[in-house]
Design a protein around this ligand. Structure first.
Ligand code: SPV
Ligand code: MG
Length: 265
């Protein structure tokens, strides 16, 4: 059965996923960067990401996959980062096949894809650094994002499987899942596939297991929803400055303390 992971960036978002029955956590580069006031362009350092991971780990024992963007440099750097992140509680480390500094998949700025061999070295080195552990090396291809034809995405996916990746993350910022479904039909299920329906909606009639989809990630919906909820408070405040003590649209103080004080006893 395909599992559903949710993007989190701190202990509160992780606890929310955990309590709602999420099956895993995606430590989102976009959300962690946003929490630091940074754009999603790899300005967030390994130490910052480790701090986010530590906070998430305080709140949840769910599997956590860490979004490592392009992997902190070359293959040797990524191998060190992968081992550190695993020691810090990561169950998976994901790298994407763009050149540093990457831009968010949905950015209008043009993206360049990494050379296939260079990217495969990153996978190999990280796999070697994590040998003996169950931590997964997840290879993310941005081939569809940059508008490469389907055979390019399939060729890259095969090369990443040969290099030892444990799963393939298929990025696709389209409004329809068509290209992702076409990819899955052409892929030989050598690796489980991870989908991100951020801009497209998956058809409930589609059998994800049959297509070889192991995981669906809602990568940044919770942060976007949280911002939306904060804005609603300000909308009400705009209409009535005294309305903000109405507790109905927000969790109670008792509930807030339950979340923060869980580890006190
Ligand atoms: C993230 O949340 O950091 C992701 C997903 O990588 S996306 O920004 O939608 O590409
Ligand atoms: Mg990201």
């Amino acid at each position: 059965m395909a599992r559903f992971f949710w993007g989190a960036w701190d202990a509160v978002s992780a606890a929310t996923v955990d309590e709602a029955g999420g099956e895993g956590i995606w430590l989102s580069g976009l959300c962690c960067s946003a929490a630091y006031g940074l754009p999603d362009t790899e300005l967030l350092g390994l130490g910052d990401l480790m701090a986010c991971l530590g906070n998430v780990r305080r709140a949840s024992r769910l599997p956590v996959w860490v979004d490592c963007a392009t992997g902190f440099g070359d293959a040797a750097n990524f191998a060190v980062a992968a081992a550190d992140l695993h020691r810090g509680g990561a169950d998976g480390v994901c790298i994407e096949d763009k050149v540093f500094p990457k831009r968010n998949t949905f950015s209008k700025v043009s993206h360049a894809l990494e050379d296939v061999d260079r990217f495969c070295r990153k996978i190999e080195k990280a796999r070697a650094a994590l040998r003996g552990s169950s931590c997964q090396v997840i290879a993310r291809t941005e081939s569809l994002t940059v508008g490469e034809p389907l055979p390019d995405a399939l060729r890259r996916a095969s090369a990443y499987a040969d290099a030892g990746a444990d799963a393939l993350f298929l990025s696709n910022p389209a409004v329809s899942p068509g290209a992702a479904i076409e990819f899955l039909a052409g892929w030989n299920k050598r690796l489980p596939v991870i989908l991100l329906p951020t801009s497209y909606r998956l058809d409930p009639a589609v059998d994800l297991d049959d297509l070889g989809v192991s995981t669906v990630i809602y990568a940044n919906q919770l942060l976007r929803a949280a911002i939306s909820a904060m804005r609603q408070v300000f909308d009400r405040y705009g209409e009535d400055r005294l309305s903000v003590t109405d507790h109905e649209p927000m969790i109670s103080m008792a509930e807030m303390l339950r979340l923060t004080d869980k580890n006190l006893s």
